[in-house]
Design a protein around this ligand. Structure first.
Ligand code: ADP
Length: 259
């Protein structure tokens, strides 16, 4: 609570008292804190790849450039870290655009099964590389009112997480069905490493990762799920997750058929 004293001057000049104004500022403070935490997180996340790029470049300049094999491996690291930096900045800009509602969503009726088929094709090679069985089961004849590009972004994000966090030879499955006349349910499940119970409530937070090293090595930015959650909410839908460590995870999205 914040206390403000406001002097009262009834007829314009005579001072006749004070007004005590108690204002609940917790929501404002919370927003301020979140904003400054975000800035601190962003700076930290950007620093990691920049430090690597700078360090390896310095070592190359200091003489390592003369050994071809070392030079190649250092240049590869510099390339990968720059790539990571690029993705990170892309995701940060995307998230800030979505959060400040600067993305106008363009809604149109989307036929779910053809849409899913098109999206899946883009991920088949990624799954094949890890010998992951990617299966899709979509109830025919479903339509949803959505922004097609954003809906694809949601699904691709969850499917590539499924592939990323599932060991070789595992399974990732997608199922879409209608629930009643008003909603569709999209479920994406994997037979992967799972998420510990204590981390489950936090995985949609920006930059929250169960295992930083693992997320980094698979090229993650820690922003994918927060972007997904925002996009689902912009579609007036909900997203939830259930998971068991060593067994796998299931992400469930429910979207209204009509806006
Ligand atoms: P990242 O870029 O790290 O993958 P996300 O926002 O997509 O970031 O996910 C946040 C964290 O949630 C991940 O770092 C990972 O720890 C966990 N996670 C997300 N999807 C899965 C999944 N399918 N299986 C296990 N863990 C997952």
């Amino acid at each position: 609570l914040e206390l403000n004293l406001v002097p009262i001057h009834p007829e314009g000049n005579e001072f006749s008292g004070v007004l005590l104004v108690l204002q609940d500022v917790s929501a404002i403070r919370r927003l301020e804190r979140m904003r400054s935490e975000f800035v601190a997180n962003v700076s930290h996340e950007l620093k990691t790849p920049i430090t690597a790029v700078k360090g390896f470049a310095e070592t190359l300049l200091g003489g390592a450039v003369n050994d071809e094999e070392t030079a190649r491996s250092f240049l590869q690291i510099i390339y990968d870290e720059s790539d990571r930096l690029n993705r990170l900045i892309g995701d940060i800009l995307e998230l800030s655009k979505i959060e400040s509602r600067r993305v106008p969503l363009v809604f149109s009726p989307v036929e779910v099964d053809t849409f899913v088929d098109k999206s899946i094709t883009l991920l088949e090679s990624e799954a094949a590389r890890k010998r992951i069985e990617l299966s899709v089961n979509v109830e025919p004849g479903l339509y949803v009112e959505a922004d097609e590009d954003r809906l694809r972004q949601i699904i691709m994000n969850l499917l590539s997480n499924g592939i990323n966090y599932t060991p070789e030879g595992g399974r990732v499955a997608m199922m879409v069905e209608g629930i009643g006349d008003d909603y569709i349910r999209i479920q994406i499940s994997d037979s992967g490493i799972g998420i510990p119970k204590k981390d489950l409530p936090r995985i949609f937070e920006r930059f929250y990762r169960v295992d930083k090293a693992r997320s980094r090595s698979s090229g993650g930015t820690g922003l994918g799920l927060s972007i997904v959650k925002h996009l689902v909410e912009l579609h007036k839908g909900t997203i939830s997750v259930t998971s068991a460590v060593g067994v796998g995870s299931t992400f469930t999205i429910e979207l209204p058929v009509l806006q």
